[in-house]
Design a protein around this ligand. Structure first.
Ligand code: SAM
Length: 242
């Protein structure tokens, strides 16, 4: 049988994919690494299906390895006897705890079959939430920016784990970027904030990302001409649409 790694999307229950929902409904047990993912999963499964896992809040790698070994030892028999799911917010393959579980299973329980159901990642949801278009031909780099870190270099970056927005902001502005922040995008819990002002989000909240774009970037897609064109206005008024 199978362990399914299911991406739940950014946090709203109706952004779980149809496949994710179907698999959640079909498995015998659903494990979650945290309160938020558990709350989203509970929109689609009975509480009695939720399995217990305990994850310590620590950066101590020894303790983390021990916790993942314990989690894998709990999950492996469930995924051998039946089908089980491990849910994560966003996508299971993007900066996700699921990677730790998969590696631990590969090392200690290699007979467990693993299948992944992709989810809507914050990495794509941010574009709609922040009204940003990544145009054809544009590059976009993914970086982490915890604890005031301000990575620089690429023309456009999406920064995850922005836990100290004012400090990150200072570094990015100095390096020539315009920055927009998104907090708790498409999430049911907590307030969604979208802002260019880091002082509005100076309180630490792990569910914060930033989009940074070089200030002097000159982008001119072919259709940009339409904005300024008299021709389109003339066409429309001739047909009585202006
Ligand atoms: C450990 S990563 C998990 C990413 C997740 N697997 C995904 O694909 O979106 C957590 C970081 O993702 C970003 N993030 C995830 N969900 C978010 C949301 N709904 N709103 C804003 N940022 C979010 C934040 O930067 C957060 O610190």
């Amino acid at each position: 049988m199978t362990l399914y790694g299911i991406g739940l999307g950014p946090g709203q229950a109706d952004l779980v994919t149809v496949r994710g929902k179907e698999v959640l409904e079909s498995v015998d047990v659903v494990y979650s690494p945290g309160r938020l993912s558990r709350t989203v999963a509970l929109n689609h499964v009975e509480e009695s299906k939720i399995g217990d896992l305990d994850f310590p809040m620590t950066r101590d790698e020894e303790k983390l390895r021990a916790a993942w070994k314990t989690a894998a030892a709990e999950i492996a028999p469930q995924a051998r006897d039946g089908d089980a799911a491990f849910v994560t917010l966003g996508d299971p393959n993007v900066y996700s705890t699921f990677g730790h579980l998969r590696r631990t299973l590969d090392a200690f329980h290699p007979d467990v079959d693993v299948e992944i159901v992709p989810g809507v990642s914050a990495m794509t949801a941010f574009a709609t939430a922040l009204d940003v278009e990544i145009e054809a031909g544009a590059g976009l780099a993914l970086r982490e920016a915890a604890n005031g870190h301000a990575p620089t270099g690429p023309d456009r970056m999406i920064l995850f784990k922005v836990t100290d927005a004012p400090a990150t902001h200072e570094g990015l502005i100095d390096a020539g970027y315009d920055v927009t922040y998104g907090r708790r995008l498409y999430m049911e819990q907590g307030e969604t904030v979208i802002t260019d002002e880091p002082s509005e989000i100076d309180e630490r909240d792990y569910y914060t990302l930033a989009y940074a774009v070089k200030r002097d970037l000159d982008i001119e897609p072919a259709t940009a001409q339409f904005d300024a064109s008299d021709e389109s206005a003339t066409d429309a008024s001739e047909e009585g649409e202006a």
